[in-house]
Design a protein around this ligand. Sequence first.
Ligand SMILES: [Zn+2]
Length: 335
Amino acid sequence: MPRQLFVTTALPYANGKFHIGHIMEYIQADIWVRHQRMQGHAVDFVCADDAHGAPIMIAAEKAGKTPQQFVADIAAGRKPYLDGFHIAFDNWHSTDAPENHALAQQIYRDLRDRADGSLIETRTIEQFFDPEKNMFLPDRFIKGECPRCHSKDQYGDNCEVCGAVYAPTDLIEPYSALSGAKPVLKSSEHFFFKLSDPRCVEFLQRWTQDGRLQPEVANKVKEWFSVRKNPDGSTSEGLGDWDISRDAPYFGIEIPDAPGKYFYVWLDAPIGYLASLKNLLESAARITRPTWPTRRWSSTTSSARTSSPSIRCSGRRPCISAAARPRTTSSCTAF
Ligand SMILES: [Zn+2]
């Protein structure tokens, strides 16, 4: 019985070129996809650039470019590497593409406007603000003295010398890593997804423990829901509500009906998988792609061009195929 499979790899963060870790993952996935097709199964194999967040906005500013241009230039370097390693995605898209804006905003609206009670709520939080750059500072852009071991120049979320984890407000003599200015505490309204709501907890417990996940993964995921004492002495309280908003200036997707507020990059990045698939499926240029043996074996063979390009150009800027164009979720430093 042929299967219809949707395969993706971790979206690379678009603030740098590919590294060997990206390529290793893509090769493994590509082999698996080819194997499935040889078995007669249909596969849609997609990826995208993870394009949003403060690091890209700041890197673009340093480079004297708009974030869009910065991401496009990174994208322009992707294709030779993918082709060189014979990695054949069916589609390469971007989390800044219109499909992702529309999907992220629709998912947000659906959560906010639920008939049985909204799963979005607003709270006022206090955050460090850089008075010279005129922007709220992500934790990693605040530095200062560790409150535990008193090492200098430690990040706002943890100390790399003694391993302490803390809030930016715990730092001694904090300063902005962007301007060197002393940050000030400022209030801002933020949007939270009520992940601790019993409806979410019940759904996720059921979904992760009903046998669809391999046992090792299912057992690991149980940790999400448990209230327990960790080896480092801290306590985990189960699922917590999630701050999904960031204040302007921010390179991201606007939150509907909330001027000056943007979705935190980690909200729209996972939706980017669906957006890339949507783009592939809806493309007028899409052709019925045959399965092995008529499907092209590598992106450089002539038969490849007649059946399917290795990376299809969507005609939109972030597309890798038109020019050239990565983050692994496990090592992402975006915010
Ligand atoms: Zn320390």
